[in-house]
Design a protein around this ligand. Structure first.
Ligand code: BG6
Length: 300
């Protein structure tokens, strides 16, 4: 049974570093404060909404007017896309999986003056998602300190192999998208979702001056987002991931999405740690698979 904020706080609060509260956004959140950073994580979707490392500004972008209580996905922070990324192929099932709009259970919290570690679980069964055939326990562990680390572990609890696609759909806040370059993808082949899925080879850093929606395959390296307007560099190191997704909706799509605010597309870019398409994961019965991303920020 899901608990209220006060009961959760009695069990899992770690004063003065971690507390569970009712958020003005309409749901329960963990508020975390250590010497390394401040962070907010919603139980809805186990979604990191905010992360502010000490000495830097806010690193993640969150849509203005975001609410946790509408039943719709919250745009911003780091949504967990699981057990599929993108459209499911079945109109009855939502894009990017079904866990981003569900409440996850808090299972473990530890904190010290420098950092905190919180684990959330969602049990996906034919009861929690009738149109989906699998059974699995998915656990997200978030470690917040001077860096932010997310580990998404899938445990196949069924007797048949489980096939998933997945993403840590990170929305990064940038000063001005025109002054951003993403490095680390040079020479990789990407599927261009803006060009009917044609493949191209990345030349130079990724720069964005139009709608971009790309799946970089065979990418197991480090991505660096250089933001000259905010004079900082965001570094994303990943494990267990072979796809990086780069997405910015630009003006027209942002207007159609309707929740990005005026010029929101100029102040965000998604660089997502993922396994998609040819990198879909097959997890044998009883086996576990882990996808992880670690984010650091440096001043330029
Ligand atoms: C990106 C996809 O990861 O997410 C895009 O590559 C998609 O194709 C975008 O439009 C946003 O998805 P949603 O479901 O959160 O609007």
């Amino acid at each position: 049974m899901l608990q209220g904020a006060a009961a959760l706080d009695r069990t899992f609060g770690r004063p003065p570093h971690v507390r569970f509260v009712d958020s003005p956004l309409g749901g329960i959140v963990a508020e975390i404060e250590t010497a390394g950073s401040r962070a907010t994580i919603a139980l809805r979707g186990a979604q990191v909404l905010d992360w502010v490392p000490t000495g830097s500004g806010r690193v993640l972008w969150l849509a203005p007017g975001a609410r946790l209580d509408t039943g719709k996905p919250v745009r911003g922070g780091i949504p967990v896309c699981w057990p599929w990324f993108g459209p499911s192929g079945n109109p009855a099932l939502p894009a990017h999986g079904f866990v981003r709009t569900r409440d996850w259970a808090v299972v473990e919290v530890a904190a010290n003056p420098e950092s905190a570690r919180l684990s959330f679980e969602f049990e996906a069964t034919p009861e929690t998602c009738p149109s989906w055939g699998g059974a699995a326990v998915v656990r997200l562990t978030v470690i917040t300190g001077l860096s932010l680390r997310l580990e998404l572990e899938t445990h196949n609890t069924a007797t048949a192999p489980l096939i998933i696609t997945e993403a840590l759909h990170s929305y990064f806040r940038v000063g001005d998208i025109a002054a951003v370059g993403i490095e680390g993808l040079l020479g990789l082949t990407y599927i261009d979702q803006m060009a009917a899925g044609q493949c191209f080879k990345q030349q130079g850093p990724v720069t964005i001056d139009a709608e971009v929606d790309r799946l970089y395959h065979d990418d197991r390296g480090v991505c660096t987002l250089t933001d000259r307007a905010l004079a900082r560099q965001i570094r994303i190191v990943k494990e267990g991931s072979a796809t990086t997704v780069v997405w910015n909706p630009w003006a027209d799509k942002a207007a159609r999405l309707g929740d990005m605010g005026v010029d929101g597309f100029r102040h965000m870019v998604c660089v997502e740690t993922a396994n998609v398409g040819p990198s879909k994961m097959q997890i044998e019965p009883g086996a576990r698979h882990r996808l992880a991303a670690e984010i650091n920020v440096e001043r330029l």
